[in-house]
Ligand binder design. Structure first.
Ligand code: ATP
Ligand code: MG
Length: 210
């Protein structure tokens, strides 16, 4: 099973979601490979900071448009592969979508951000779907600021794409930034935080989808 966390729009929380999920699956005895498909190597950096006492997450950097070929050789060794899709380069983003059994599309809900996510759907996901038949996955709203009118407008625009949307909502919380800078998940950093509960909700909802 390959899950890609993708959106060509920068800074939507791809690395945050990918690293948190990878650590959560590892903590639940899943033999996991986190693939950093982004030349920025943020997931690789996260792993370098990861404390020895935390469950092991293997991370490999594959920022290539021929990701599927590279991955074909190594994915069989793992129960689950999570790809931090990076994605500014369209060919790489397309490869990360094409190779996935399920995609998670972290999206910001302000109106301009929602428009960028719409473009990503039109330029990449619909292209891959035309070849593959269907792209399974769901959009995940991240970094939400509670109750702002912009968020509500953007959420509507994204829901209008007709792609599934996770019920789980990820809000803008400092705990996410603290955890990633220490090579941890939010659960490993602050198990009783609201952020940890949000990630648990995402983990549970995702397991119901895959
Ligand atoms: N839920 C959140 N609450 C607060 N800050 C967040 C949250 N998610 C991500 N961030 C912060 O927002 C910034 C962008 O997040 P992240 O690096 O995960 O996005 P990205 O989509 O991987 O970005 P890029 O396109 O550059 O790879 C980072 O500083 C991160 O710590
Ligand atoms: Mg990133």
């Amino acid at each position: 099973m390959v899950i890609s966390v993708v959106n060509q729009k920068g800074g939507t929380g791809k690395t945050t979601v990918a690293t948190n999920l990878a650590a959560t699956f590892a903590g639940n005895d899943t033999d996991i490979l986190l693939v950093d498909a982004d030349p920025q190597q943020s997931s690789l950096d996260w792993q370098k900071d990861r404390p020895d006492k935390c469950p092991h997450v293997s991370v490999v950097g594959l920022p290539f448009a021929n990701l599927h070929k590279e991955l074909g050789r190594i994915k069989k060794k793992y129960d689950l592969v999570i790809i931090d899709g990076g994605g500014r380069i369209t060919a790489n983003a397309r490869a990360a979508v094409a190779v996935a059994d399920f995609i998670i599309v972290p999206a910001l809900a302000s109106k301009p951000d929602a428009m960028s996510t719409q473009s990503f759907f039109h330029e990449v996901i619909e292209d891959v779907a035309a070849i593959k038949g269907k792209v399974a996955g769901a959009i995940l709203f991240t970094m939400l600021k509670s109750g702002t009118i912009f968020n509500l407008l953007g959420q509507k625009q994204i829901k209008d794409l007709g792609f599934p949307v996770f019920d789980t909502l990820i809000y803008n919380r400092i705990t996410y930034q603290e955890a990633i800078s220490q090579g941890k998940s939010v659960f490993e950093h602050k198990p009783k935080s609201i952020a940890a509960q949000e990630m648990q909700n995402l983990y549970d909802e995702l397991n119901g989808c895959i």
